[in-house]
Structures are given as structure tokens and as C-alpha cells.
Design a protein around this ligand. Sequence first.
Ligand SMILES: Nc1ncnc2c1ncn2[C@@H]1O[C@H](COP(=O)(O)OP(=O)(O)OP(=O)(O)O)[C@@H](O)[C@H]1O
Length: 327
Amino acid sequence: MELTTLILKLFITIAVLVGSSEFTLTQQYVNIIILVGFVIALILHGQQTEATYRLDFVWKQQATEEKEDMEHLEAYNRKLLANILPVHVAEHFLNSPKNNDELYHEQCDFVCIMFASIPNFSEFYVELEGNNEGVECLRLLNEIIADFDELLSEEQFKYIEKIKSTGATYMAASGYRHVTAMADYALRLKELLEEVNEHSFNHFRIRIGINVGPVVAGVIGARKPQYDIWGNAVNVASRMDSTGICDKIQITSEVNQILQAKGYPTTCRGAIEVKGKGSMETFFLEGPSKSPTRPNITVNPLANSDSKISQFEKPMTTVLGTISEKN
Ligand SMILES: Nc1ncnc2c1ncn2[C@@H]1O[C@H](COP(=O)(O)OP(=O)(O)OP(=O)(O)O)[C@@H](O)[C@H]1O
């Protein structure tokens, strides 16, 4: 603005001088050339300023778009990670420094572990031309596992964490306050498979085992991290499944003690031989709790007072089978 005023003033001064008789014709030409040069310089300056402003605007817009893209990517990565790992573990990895190769592990004093298998799925799985070399069988298994996953998004099961599914075996865990939720979940799995059988005209049978005890939780692998739990309590839970009976939920005496106190009907199976454990008395969970008002917190006869609250106490977001389901 100031520059424009200055130029105008200069123009007027020159015009006055040009008009005066003191100036010769040559001087007048020189002055006109100077004036024209000045005007051209002014126009060029104006254009340059406008170009700079435009460029600045485009860069700012690009920076905003890139920032938004980065934010979307970060949110997407968080979602992906939350599908693979429990939320608190995913947070740990997101907040830890890059190239952190340290093994992530946690000692959990008391966890409820469940294994649920469909033993006769292997009979159903056949690779034939008619079923797209077995793909149709896998499609049905995927639907069953996705239904099991979907159940976990219900409010009452939010403290249950899916650990993994291996073939036709589904593994989940919960904190010590949620043994009853795990029992309810196991009962729902049975109902769900019955519904699947009705709709698909199949005769799948489910066999479930539940145990409680201390575990070590950790993440194995860097490029394809897998969250898992290990320990004798996990082995016994797996044995409760593998030594179980189809359509039954086999539980250890510790689980039985907790569930009975909460009004769940159970029956004693008697002593069975468990590899690595010898003879174990086990029980079957027969149905839902008969207690009308069942408090959320389960009194745990095994937990000592200074027992650490495991990470399973934290509510987990739904862990769905396929990544795309959550996005
Ligand atoms: N984190 C886990 N995920 C899946 N399965 C597990 C896990 N930990 C233990 N198991 C299963 O628990 C079962 C009992 O384990 P254990 O170590 O007592 O026996 P094993 O001799 O290694 O197993 P097996 O007799 O099946 O060969 C095994 O079948 C094992 O696959």
C-alpha cells in the first residue's frame, strides 16, 4: 500500500516536472522511460507477491492434508494393533520407543482360562472339487469363530479376552473377578453352536474346559506379534478340554468352588487321569447360575490379599477374528 502511494507521488512529481518548461525534450523522454520501468517493476512485484501468497496457501493446505492423513493412518494402525493385541498391550507398544526389542511379559497371579473345541470339525472338513477344495468348510468354521468373537462384544463379556483360535479350538481368558462371566460365555457358546447346527444342518459338537490359576502373559514375535498366555494353569485348562466330553463344560475343582458359591449347578465327574498332573477330580458345569442376584465380583478362594490385579481386569475392546471387521 505504502509502495503504491510512494509510486503515485513519484508519478505526480515527474508529471509536474515533465509539464514544466525547465525540462528539455530528452529529459522528458528519460523521465517517461523511468516511469514506465517503474510501473513494470511494480506490476512484476505485485505478481510475485501474489504468487508467493498462492504458493504459501497451497503449501499450508498440503501440510494440513498430510497432517490429517497421518492422523488417519495413526488411528488405523491403532485399530489394527487393537485387533491383534489387548488394548493395554497395544498401548504399551505404541508408547514405547521405536526398535524396542525387549520381550513384553506380565505375571498374572490369577486368571480364568477357557478352551473350547469342535472335535468333529475334522470329520466335516474334506477337500473336494464340489466344495472348492475345502474352502466352503473353512468358510463355515470362519463364521462360527466370528460368532464366538462377536459374543465377546456383549457388555457382560467385556472382561473376557480372546487369546486365539487354532483350527477348531477357541481360547479365551479373563481376570479373577470374571470367572462367572467365563462360565456364562461357555454356556452361550454351546447355545450358539446349536443354532449354527440348526441353520447349517450340521452336527457339530462342542467340548469346553475351564481352569483358573497363575499365568505368564506375553507377546511373541516382532513382525507378526502374538499375544499369548503360558503356565501350568493354561496346560490344565487345555487338558480340561481335551479330556472332556462333547457338549459338556469340564471344570477343575477350583473353578467348581467359585461357581458353586455363585449358584451355578455343577456335577462331579469323579477322578480322571490328566497327563502331567496325575489323577484330578473334575466337574461339569450344567447350566446358568440359579442365584437371582449374582454380584459381579467373585470371591476367589485362591487369591491372596496382596494378589496383583491382572491385566485381564481391564476392560478389553472387542477382539474380532478378522481385522476388517473392526474397521
Ligand atoms: N498358550 C497355549 N496355547 C494353546 N495351547 C496351549 C498353550 N499352553 C499350553 N497349551 C496346550 O496345553 C496342553 C498341555 O500342555 P503340556 O505342556 O502339559 O503337554 P504337552 O506334552 O506339551 O502337550 P501334548 O501332550 O498335547 O503333546 C498342550 O496340548 C498344549 O498345546
